[in-house]
Design a protein around this ligand. Sequence first.
Ligand code: ZN
Length: 385
Amino acid sequence: MLYSWLQPYYEQFLSSLQTGRVSSSIIIAGDEGLGGRRLALAMAKAYLCQDKQSTGPCNQCRSCLSFERLINKDLKVAYSSTVEEAKKDQDFTYDCSGLIVPPASGAVRSMRIDTMRKIPSFIYESAAGGVGKVVIIDGAEKMSVGAANAILKTFEEPLPGTMIIMLAKSLEQLLPTILSRASKIVLKDIDESEALEYLLNPANQKPPTIVRKDVDLQEQQKEEQQALEACEGLNTPIDDKRALIALALNSYAPLRAMNMLLSGDDIKALEIVQTLIASINNNNPYDVEVLAKLDTLLKEQQINLLRELVLEVLKYKAYVPVEKLPLVYYGNAQMLERLSADHLFEAYDMLSHIEDKTGQIGQRAPTSLMRCWLQAFRADLKATK
Ligand SMILES: [Zn+2]
């Protein structure tokens, strides 16, 4: 099933497929938490169907059925990869399961020149299903100039009956030469109400699973049950409060917000804000507790949390209603408005800097920042007393 918010893009694609006006080079741009990978997969399935219906793929032909196993001989996915993954040929593969359950972040992956060089020979092979060939490039923003050049000619002048879909976080991260010939689908942010509806529906509150038709059903149910039990975040019911905090901490991208809710990191994040406020109120000079709590999150999430908090405090200072600012509202952090805007802007710049240079800056950077920040806050608070 395609997420409701992706349906309009999908329907538009189906109608251009019907009239034979599908572009061969397509870029889908948007936060990965908006589900561009699923859209690309649905488009590939519709494109390769051997018995296309007016409503989309037939779901019965050999090509359609092969999508249930997430392997189709006319579709290959280019993934960004580590050196080891590329050595094992996991960088360009028939296996589409990475589009459903992307590999955990952490390892530094890049889109390799060698991976791009493998694409043309796949496209030139004749189509197994007789319809055409599709390549999905997942993480096009990770292409170096060399990698982009290696694919440029194929992307600009594809063979008839081929479709190349590039997935990227944003169009700005792609080279102009790549952008110029492609048709672009830019995934828009979705309404808060639609995102909430998705997050609060119990049917969606589970980790993404890969349904494999070749595995015993009972075995599969057992695996799903185990995956569900491993979600610490499900020990606390997901309500509006949790969902709103998770959305705010994930740029309102519902799939990333759901991941956070399943892990329970949204609860940790709120606790950090509450501990921060308590620490300032109690005039605790060492802030051991708040720093220790911050350390329970991954560095990337520490940065996200602090940045969202800074932004919300700035908005609160600018008279945005507090109900629109989940961290300030649920964390009772209104008192932070007494911090000077200069300090807040400085902190924001610093956080962006830590994020940009993430490979070069130590693991403890956000914690150190938090420590300096608390000192500055106290000085500000004293000055405004
Ligand atoms: Zn079909």
